[in-house]
Design a protein around this ligand. Sequence first.
Ligand code: ATP
Ligand code: MG
Length: 453
Amino acid sequence: MTDLTVPGGVRTVLETLWSNGHAAYVVGGAVRDSLLGRTVNDWDVATSARPEEIAQVFPAGRYENRFGTVTVPVDGLDVQTTTFRRDHLYRDHRRPDDVTFTDSLEEDLARRDFTVNAIAWGREASAQTAHFVDPTNGTADLQARLVRAVGDPATRFDEDALRLLRAARFAAQLDFDIEPRTLEAMRGSAETVRWVSQERIGAELRRMIAADPPSAAFVVLAQTGLLEHALPELAAQRGIAQDKIPGHDLWMHSLTALDAAAAIDPGNQMLRLTALLHDIGKPTTYANGHFVGHDTEGAKLAEALLARLAFPRREIELITALIGQHMFNYESRWSGAAVRRFVRRVGRDRVDDLLKLRAADNVGSGLAPNAGKLDELRRRIDDELRSNPPLSLSDLALRGDDLVTELNIKPGPVVGRLLERLMSLVIADPNQNRRDILLAHATDWLARETKAP
Ligand code: ATP
Ligand code: MG
């Protein structure tokens, strides 16, 4: 094995550096993923050229940070080009206090986290052909499907606690095992994960969720003790009894629901995350074998957790809304109006996710995905929505402004109350959604309200 297929733009970057007298290699995830036949996300090039020399040969390059990375845009690709470096002294278990540039590729590879991330492909300027450089035997670990720390695992995790989460994430993403000594060191260093910023934990969580099966990373987190330090709200689910699948505690229920969510709608990352978090309110609401109010409590806890991990507002809103509504209880005797009220409460664009969440929850409870007449509910929702009934204030045949002018009232809480009542009315009977009819009702209600003692 001597060749790596690289896109034209990356080739250009390498050739340019070589012809200017610099050593240059493709490194890191790109080499790893190419050798595994996986899609490469980003191409990193390591070079002996100093940042100012990189900038010199690539006038379009953007010099981005003090670690000497220049982003070179070529052929629609952003190639991160970084000077070979050595790290020094990680006093905060997170970032090196200092980095030194070096001319040695081997030194650069030695500071990398895992052997499968420490393979390079390229050449010195003076060499004839590009080749692989693999001083830590990463290729063998790729073959054996192992995540193994470069050097002494305990030291490497102690230097940078983010590597603990990366190990769990890579194991899940690549479907690899963690080499036993590396795993042992993860256990030993687990509590240092508190040095990792919440935002980075959030970013890793996002990637863990995306793996298939998504439970894989969480099994590692739980097994190494990382879970209780990185995501304590999830760790609290361990050991909470459930009477669903024999032998399954609440944590196993959540992981089973998570994997089921991935099977039900593979591309839906938010559904995965919601499934993982949907019962997060159970540990604190448990009393006498019941979890009263765990949906509302869970929505609150998920909100706090996701905000802490710096998830975007829009995602937090979706997830907490789904968790808050996940205990609905459909029955065949629901009227058409009841089905429409349900859709309104959940939100038309969220109802599909809520039913998928229930299907995942069902699987996590040892039931058929459609238990609880879920398919019947889905069919009835489709039937109701086909005629496009009014479901939100913006669908009303009358606006707040109309009420203000026509009824000669002041804008304020009264208007909101009237609109809500009109909304209930048209949800119960969509035929009432006509401007004249609604106005008549509003006039009537207002008259009664003002007459009342
Ligand atoms: P992906 O981009 O798919 O997450 P990657 O391996 O490319 O995987 P990056 O975070 O892009 O990961 O980092 C690029 C390379 O830099 C890694 O392959 C590894 O060699 C090195 N690296 C990144 N983070 C660390 C770290 N915390 N400690 C040591 N080496 C690291
Ligand atoms: Mg990368």
